[in-house]
Design a protein around this ligand. Sequence first.
Ligand SMILES: [Zn+2]
Length: 87
Amino acid sequence: MTAKINHWCVICGTGYHGCDSCDAVGIHSWKKHTDTLNHYQIYFIINDYTYGILNKKQAREKLYHCDLTGWEHFLPNVRVLIAEILT
Ligand SMILES: [Zn+2]
């Protein structure tokens, strides 16, 4: 049985299968937003930066600890923010 795609990563746009009943009880709750834990960490940093919880320098330091492989292919709004943070 192939898992059906019912979620799309908010970072890279990749479609993946996420379990709605797991989401409801909070198991692997990151799977609700992103396809990988790494993308969830990026999502978290970008969110904090957007809401002013992290400044650019803090966000950049945190992003350096994430795997940014292929970020040029992330969703446009995410790409703009990452480029802004890294420069
Ligand atoms: Zn992703």
